[in-house]
Ligand binder design. Structure first.
Ligand code: SF4
Ligand code: SF4
Length: 102
């Protein structure tokens, strides 16, 4: 299975002076300037023993936060918003939602 490329992650630092703002886009294609999970209250926890690698959660995740790793899946926490769709979609209950600080 060919590994899917992940976005290049760069922290956005706002220019201080108006003249330092770029003309055009602030980053190249494939670069994300910030994570999207700062306000997440819950996160999915994957049980690798129950996971069959069906990839349903991978396909259902609206944020591309489920990543294929070999025949299993793992979470890219930087982009998971904690919506819980993956846990609902997993028929084998291999994903449970846990409090962010658990
Ligand atoms: S939906 Fe469940 S069984 Fe399928 S890949 Fe995701 S965690 Fe594994
Ligand atoms: S909780 Fe939502 S955003 Fe996070 S991995 Fe699951 S489906 Fe994707």
């Amino acid at each position: 299975m060919i590994p899917m490329p992940r976005p290049i992650f760069q922290k956005y630092v706002a220019p201080i002076r108006a003249e330092d703002y770029p003309i055009g886009t602030v980053a190249e294609s494939g670069v994300l300037l910030s994570g999207s999970a700062d306000w997440r209250r819950e996160r999915p926890v994957f049980n690798a023993d129950l996971c069959t690698g069906c990839l349903k959660c991978y396909l259902a995740c609206p944020d591309g936060a489920v990543v294929r790793e070999g025949k299993k899946v793992v979470l890219d926490e930087r982009f998971c918003k904690g919506c819980g769709i993956c846990a609902v979609e997993c028929r084998l209950k291999a994903i449970r939602m846990a409090a962010e600080r658990e």
